[in-house]
Design a protein around this ligand. Sequence first.
Ligand code: C2E
Ligand code: CA
Ligand code: CA
Length: 555
Amino acid sequence: MSKKNDEEYRDRIVQMVECDKDTFHFFHSVSDNVFFQLSGELLPDISGDPLEYLSGSGLIDEQSMPVFSVFCSKIREGIANGTDKNHTSVDISIKLPGSDEFRMCHLYGMFLRDESGKITDIHYDLRPYTPIECFNRDVLRMFSSDKNPKLFSERCKKVITDNPDKEIAFIQFDIERFKLINETYGVEVGDELLQFINDTLALACTDEQPFCRLTADVFMIVTAFESKVRLLKFITGIENMLSGYNGMKYRMTFGVCIVEDRTAHTRQHGDNASLARQLIKGNALQNIGFFSNDMKADLHKKKSIEDDMKKALQNNEFVMFLQPKYSISTGRIIGAEALARWNHPQKGMISPADFIPMFEQNGFIIKLDTFIWDEACRRIRRWIDNGITPVPISVNISREYVHSFDVTTMLLKLVEKHDIPISLLELEITESIDSVGVEDIVKKMKNAGFKMLMDDFGSGYSSLNMLKSTPFDVLKIDKSFLDEFMESSRGRKIIEHTITMSRDIGLDIIAEGVENVEQALFLSHCGCDSAQGFYYSKPIPADDFERKLLEINGK
Ligand code: C2E
Ligand code: CA
Ligand code: CA
């Protein structure tokens, strides 16, 4: 809107206000940061920012607060970075002065711009719905596309036909471990969260971006887009708005299908988006997956592995491999890491990368890990019985189950069952910035007597900051850290200092993924004497490890 149009608009509003006493009108002149109230019958006189007033007034129903906050942040974001929308609006339930009851109101913010598109003014109005409107609104909600898949499908088709020059994306998302939210906070809170998502989507999506709640916590949005960058911006924008409802922590997973065949049934695009979402689930590094045709084959593979998994444990198809850990200076074996392998009757040896993430999702990992821990203890017992000087074996603990399953007690039982010194069973666990409460669990394990190794240090998910209060005994430097930083002299300095600093605060260091002699020599020069990697040995069957141990260390 141009300046002249702006003034006309204001005049129109002033006229409107005179005859529209039920609506609260407010102007915010953004360019000179002045607020002026045009109609004061609905709310008392407000001198400053009406949104701030409303936030602190206690008039808004608690349940409406989250969507109201999203509305405010959309306004702020629009002022700071611009927006391509002309307005934004939200339904909130508020207590009007002089009344004790909450009333559903429509809060509307209209953006006025200068020639360059910058927002100069915002016109707010807040209008209570009449009883008949409230009724209509509820009816409308019931039949609107978010609850009505048929209507949704029609609207999706329309997006495709209305935008022949643009690309179309079907975006499906859900909340990871939504069940856990229901269990932790109660079903009511789970329902509130879903309502919040629904209301926020209504706020974030335009009329040309239909959305729908498909099942429990699965939502779908369809949008036309101009470039992949803008699409990603849209998705991350949605993610930001939806995260942190009432301070809860949860992660969302997005699956995206970019429409190729515009004549295909919309359900097919939806199914593809769903596939992309399911395959990205559990990935610690990414939460947005794009559909590709290869995915169908991947899903098939995943399904067949899931079918075989239960039989595999009974048929003893899982085996424990051991990868030796070496002292760089003496060349002696100082320990081993237990790594699972699946010896599949048809598929041969399957590597953990192909089944561990899936087992972590479906919970089977607890069974597999308990089996591996038991095997590790059994092997140590065997060494002791056979007069072989034992070395400690470290086992992997998945973060997935540490909150729901008492790992410490289970491990103590195994140590007792096999009657081995607790110092010979070490535990590896990945610590990362986003892990909630792992620290307490690590402390518990350490207090029980286990030596604790922080796995994958420097893989991008850990930070130096964490070292300050860490309950770990040993840092395991990740292969990617070593590879990336070994390349430049600056990087080598970083490795050197990380090692020195860790040692200064009493942490031991081991490097994993050591593949050549240069790396081994460099680590040794930096003061790190322990290494594990293909340069020394790949993970090998436990019997082979035992032979190697005897050969190198002697009895
Ligand atoms: P991780 O715990 O970081 O294990 C180290 C991985 O690095 C192993 O892969 C090992 O074979 C590989 N590796 C060791 N040295 C080198 C090297 O010099 N070069 C290269 N390129 N790779 C090296 P693996 O056995 O495939 O295991 C992958 C991941 O699967 C493990 O990463 C761990 O997170 C998980 N995993 C494996 N076994 C178990 C298990 O029994 N329980 C659980 N919870 N996780 C497991
Ligand atoms: Ca490990
Ligand atoms: Ca590791």
